[in-house]
Design a protein around this ligand. Structure first.
Ligand code: SF4
Length: 385
């Protein structure tokens, strides 16, 4: 375990792998320190608070021993949308603050909690879903797609996760903003990773950092990384978000850049994404989202093959894992964890996470709820008042 120890006025903070911040009251720490090592104190001390060192939000570390399910929420764990692709979401939190971020990541006004899932737990449950799908859909090629509400390469066990998923899935792909990856990482992951979806939103340094919401965003690093990926065994898909009025001309330049460096050898080179306004996302002032019709027309005008279809990535329908609740079902649940945004709390039942929205209930409270959403095993419930 790699960690840095910081002694504050009232607490001792341990920053583990640069992301997990464990804070222990000084008095408690020094009492334990007489008998135990720092590593034991970090692991076993019950009087600790855990935070994400980047976002400074409260962080839940989810391991199998905690009996917390990892299916049911969009922010962490596994999502099966009824195809051969299984989304793997190891953690939340981001080192950038993109001005259009659909999940308001980085310095956030809406997100109050981060989550991180233990690698053994994630891999074990992924295999269970992959086995189920292989049994239900013959000759299916399973893709593990590592994504999430944040930057996957902040996950301290990301390389281990990729390597182990490679032993289970037929294809392993990931999305990233590229800022934390190095050329050496690409060399190391080449044998295990099939595709990287890399966000580049402008090739102009000033604009790229404005869009990233981070003055220290290093475009040069990300551009060089793109070239390195394109020259490796890993397929590169460049995935800019088109923000009308901000990066219209830049999108055309990115398309040309993708062609020049040889992105998309096995799959598509470009995955241009339409900016969409989300209620809990970041929505820059004055930006009018394009309609889907206009967006697709513009893509077709810009070049052949820029509009993407599921079949471009070999995505096919395959039986979804069984749902555990139906919409309208009422049940009594215990609130177990804080939710991702204010007013949301999490409960667990039948090996699923349930998001209880618009509630002022606290941890340990029991509440009667009605399931209002169960699509793709993502459960949202309202309190029955
Ligand atoms: S890199 Fe992605 S997750 Fe991070 S702030 Fe930008 S859009 Fe959001």
């Amino acid at each position: 375990m790699k960690y840095k120890k910081i002694e504050g006025e009232k607490e001792i903070a341990f920053i583990i792998y640069g992301i997990i911040e464990v804070r222990i009251p000084k008095k408690v720490y020094y009492r334990f320190a007489r008998k135990y090592s720092d590593k034991d104190i970090i692991t076993y001390c019950p009087h600790k608070n855990v935070y994400n060192a980047i976002t400074k939000r409260r962080l839940y570390y989810i391991a199998e021993e905690n009996d917390i399910p990892i299916i049911g929420h969009t922010a962490f764990g596994l999502i099966d949308r009824g195809t051969n692709l299984i989304q793997v979401r190891p953690c939340t939190g981001c080192n950038l603050n993109c001005i259009f971020c659909s999940v308001d990541e980085g310095r956030s006004k809406t997100r109050v909690t981060d989550y991180m899932v233990d690698v053994d737990y994630l891999v074990k449950k992924f295999k269970e879903i992959a086995d189920y799908k292989r049994e239900k859909c013959k000759d299916i090629r399973i893709e593990a797609h590592i994504d999430g509400q944040g930057e996957p390469f902040l996950y301290p066990y990301i390389k281990e996760l990729i390597k182990r998923l490679h032993g289970i899935a037929d294809i392993v792909s990931t999305q990233t903003n590229g800022t934390l990856l190095t050329n050496k990482d690409i060399g190391e992951l080449e044998k295990y990773l099939d595709r990287i979806n890399l966000s580049i939103n402008s090739l102009d340094e000033r604009k790229a950092s404005l869009l990233a919401g981070n003055p220290s965003y290093n475009l040069n690093h990300v551009v060089n990384l793109a070239k390195e990926i394109a020259n490796s065994e890993i397929d590169l898909l460049i995935a800019p978000v088109w923000l009308p009025g901000y990066n219209d001309e830049d999108i055309r330049e990115i398309v040309r850049f993708g062609e020049e460096i040889g992105a998309g050898k096995k799959w598509k080179a470009l995955g241009i994404q339409k900016y969409i306004r989300y209620r809990f996302g970041r929505n820059p002032k004055g930006v009018k989202p394009m309609s889907f019709k206009r967006f697709y027309q513009e893509l077709e005008r810009m070049g052949k093959g820029l509009r993407l279809y599921p079949q471009d990535f070999g995505i096919v329908r395959c039986r979804e894992i069984p749902r555990k609740f139906r919409v309208g079902e009422r049940l009594r649940v215990k609130i177990e964890m804080h939710g991702r945004i204010r007013g949301e709390m999490l409960a667990f039942a039948r090996d699923r996470v349930i998001q209880v929205t618009d509630t002022n209930k606290g941890i340990g409270d029991f509440v009667d709820v009605e399931i209002v959403r169960n699509r793709h095993n993502i459960y949202v419930a309202k309190e029955i008042k």
